[in-house]
Design a protein around this ligand. Structure first.
Ligand code: SF4
Length: 363
């Protein structure tokens, strides 16, 4: 079977030029992003890695936290306040783990049933890493219903892609790049597909539903963040950014260009200066929004009548130490020889046209 390029989708259905500009200014960015957060998946804390000898670093999740609510950023990054396990967030971790592990199966064996069968084992693995997750369910029946929700999402995945026609080059790939400003971008990309022609496609799984088009800036910010990091690290602008929404079975594709990523770099540097300024001034003000519904720290938030704790003594006013991203991990591939591989190109599968739509231009 002939190889196709990553960009081989009908041009009219690919999100193209003209949709990439007009980022909101830093001053009004938090408003724009926090509106978007109302329809997006809540982010969770990222375990901090040991101190490293390099300079400041930023992950997309923590950047989004600051844009949504500076106080939430402070609680997570500086105070490192614990957050109770969330069934929604844990379900996302489980689905991501299954999709990562699914590609250990040979082509032809990556079936909906195979994905469903991976759920209990991946759950056990998550439990081994985070035993406190067991406390989310009072009864086994609750956990089983939660499994069913995860399996529904996995079934939906197969309506959007045929994983037997893909051979991801990387899964849960760590990416790091240092900008000219000295800021290090860090994160984990769910999947990186590299076509035989060398084109890159960044794929991110979302277990929530796709936001309305006017609120897609938040998700696209994360994808452009990764695209910028890859560009700076490898010198190649990714051909496509692809978001797979498993909550409602929708797929969003975006084609970035150089101007897009230059604007993203400018935005991230401005954001970092704003974070640095907050460190200097101590002004980590709350920014109430619908995101508060998911926030674990309402009791400490002035917007809800609470008082933040004193900053940890280890926090230096002018030396921010943002947390960094943490990858999901998966079991090693299990030997599997009962399936017949298919002759398929290592490129994206056909996508139902109805599932494609263009993101809105950020305000
Ligand atoms: S409750 Fe809302 S305003 Fe307060 S810290 Fe959490 S997200 Fe921010």
């Amino acid at each position: 079977m002939a190889a196709a390029a990553i960009g081989d989708v009908p041009a009219s259905r690919v999100i193209g030029r003209g949709l990439s500009g007009h980022w909101p200014s830093v001053r009004n960015m938090s408003e724009t992003i926090s509106e978007a957060a109302a329809t997006a998946e809540p982010t969770g804390p990222e375990p901090a890695e040991p101190d490293r000898p390099h300079g400041p670093s930023l992950s997309p999740s923590r950047a989004t936290d600051f844009m949504s609510c500076p106080l939430l950023y402070r609680f997570r990054v500086l105070d490192k306040l614990p957050e109770p396990p969330s069934p929604v967030a844990a379900r996302g971790t489980l689905v991501h783990a299954v999709l990562e592990r699914l590609f250990d199966e040979p082509q032809g064996c990556r079936t909906p049933q195979a994905a469903r069968d991976l759920v209990p084992g991946q759950w056990e693995r998550l439990l081994a890493d985070e035993p406190e997750l067991a406390g989310m369910f009072a009864e086994d029946s609750e956990r089983d219903a939660w499994f069913d929700e995860a399996r529904e999402m996995l079934d939906r995945y197969f309506t959007l892609e045929d994983p037997n026609r893909l051979e991801p080059t990387h899964r849960e790939m760590s990416v790091e790049a240092v900008l000219e400003s000295g800021l290090m971008l860090r994160g984990y990309i769910d999947r990186l597909d590299v076509a035989r022609t060398g084109e890159l496609r960044i794929v991110d799984y979302k277990t929530g539903t796709a936001p309305r088009e006017e609120y897609e800036a938040r998700a696209l910010f994360q994808m452009k963040f990764y695209a910028l990091a890859l560009w700076r690290a490898r010198g190649i602008i990714p051909k496509m950014l692809q978001l797979i929404y498993l909550g409602n079975g929708e797929l969003v594709r975006y084609v970035p260009d150089e101007a897009d990523l230059v604007a993203t770099e400018r935005k991230i540097n401005a954001l970092w200066r704003a974070i640095d300024r907050a460190h200097t001034t101590g002004d980590w003000r709350p920014h109430p929004s619908r995101l508060c519904d998911w926030c674990s720290h309402q009791a400490l938030c002035p917007a809800f009548g609470g008082s933040p704790p004193a900053l940890p003594s280890t926090v230096q006013a002018a030396a921010p130490q943002p947390a960094t991203a943490q990858p999901a991990t998966a079991e090693p591939a299990a030997a599997e020889d009962a399936c017949v591989p298919v002759d398929a190109p290592p490129i994206p599968a056909q996508v139902p046209p109805a599932a494609l739509r263009a993101p809105a231009v950020p305000a």
